[in-house]
Design a protein around this ligand. Structure first.
Ligand SMILES: Nc1ncnc2c1ncn2[C@@H]1O[C@H](COP(=O)(O)OP(=O)(O)O)[C@@H](O)[C@H]1O
Ligand SMILES: [Mg+2]
Length: 283
């Protein structure tokens, strides 16, 4: 069944259908009977209050956290049932980006990026520093795309937060993923860095035709960069639509009624700018 966000051919990504996905921790149902499908590369923002289940949803999709029940069908296969090499392959196919970057602080930038290709490369060869020159070239190319190639030999810990997050995105890219799952990628960043990182994710979505699912704690960011928004409340998806369909009533439902939502107070953007729509470029 096509999703209702257009019928663009799914050039490089794959159809994904999530059905009845539930993830519990003891009595806490973090993700509660969640269903949605993606039939074309999308830039999807997941919004909701702290504790709504956003991180658990991404972690369950990536198999970092075991699901309690439900299905995630990708090309007709339930990825929740994959084991061993097939599961690791899936984890590589949906690269994760975290709020805290998760780089190795004392290693230089290019080595951090090369670590992204570890799964596919053979751990031993990588551990002895024998990355092939083609891989190094790819890593440098990824850094160039994120406009930080000049930092390649600097230790990760010397970089600003925004630069570190761009390294993490470059590391995800060399995994050659089909999807990027970003868990609050800009929550620790200043507004200028946040814009750079969101623009980088949007550009990758458009140029590589990848689905990006991005947990965001600010509404204006979701409106500005995403073409579809999932709103979560108590583990459930209570909104699935285009940003323009996010009315005040919907926003109040997602964030709760006890306070009026002032988007400016939760804003990470420099200005309340118009949505960013980059031109589609050739891959
Ligand atoms: N590893 C865990 N063990 C126990 N409870 C957890 C764990 N991870 C998340 N939770 C709980 O699941 C719910 C959803 O959390 P989370 O997915 O982190 O929400 P969000 O990312 O929207 O803030 C919360 O009640 C949280 O306390
Ligand atoms: Mg979270």
């Amino acid at each position: 069944m096509p999703d209702r966000f257009g019928s663009v051919a799914f050039a490089y990504g794959r159809f994904m259908q999530v059905t009845g996905l539930t993830t519990s921790f003891g009595r806490t149902i973090a993700v509660n009977d969640v269903s949605f499908s993606i039939d074309a590369p999308r830039m999807i923002g997941v919004i909701g209050r702290s504790g709504a289940g956003k991180s658990t949803l991404l972690r369950t999709i990536n198999r970092l956290t075991p699901a309690t029940s439900g299905q995630i069908l990708v090309d007709g296969r339930n990825v929740l049932e994959l084991g061993g090499a097939a599961m690791r392959r899936w984890q590589r196919d949906c690269a994760m980006i975290f709020q805290q970057f998760n780089l190795v602080p004392r290693l230089d930038v290019v080595t951090n990026v090369l670590l992204g290709g570890l799964n596919s490369h053979g751990t031993l060869a990588s551990m002895f520093g024998m990355f092939g020159s083609d891989r190094i070239e790819r890593a440098l190319h990824a850094l160039e795309r994120l406009e930080i190639a000049d930092l390649a030999l600097q230790r990760a810990e010397t970089l600003s937060g925004g630069q570190q997050q761009r390294v993490a995105i470059a590391r995800a890219l060399v995994q050659e993923p089909e999807m990027i799952l970003a868990d609050e990628p800009i929550a620790s960043l200043d507004p200028v860095s946040a814009e750079t990182v969101m623009t980088a994710l949007r550009t990758i979505h458009e140029r590589n035709r990848l689905t990006v699912i991005c947990n965001l704690h600010t509404l204006d960011t979701a409106r500005r960069y995403c073409d579809r928004v999932l709103g979560m409340l108590h583990g459930r998806i209570v909104f699935d639509g285009a940003p323009c369909e996010l009315t005040q009533d919907v926003v109040r439902e997602i964030y709760g009624t006890e306070q009026d939502i002032d988007e400016a107070t939760t804003s990470t953007s420099l200005t309340a700018a118009a949505p960013v729509r980059l031109a589609h470029a050739a891959a």
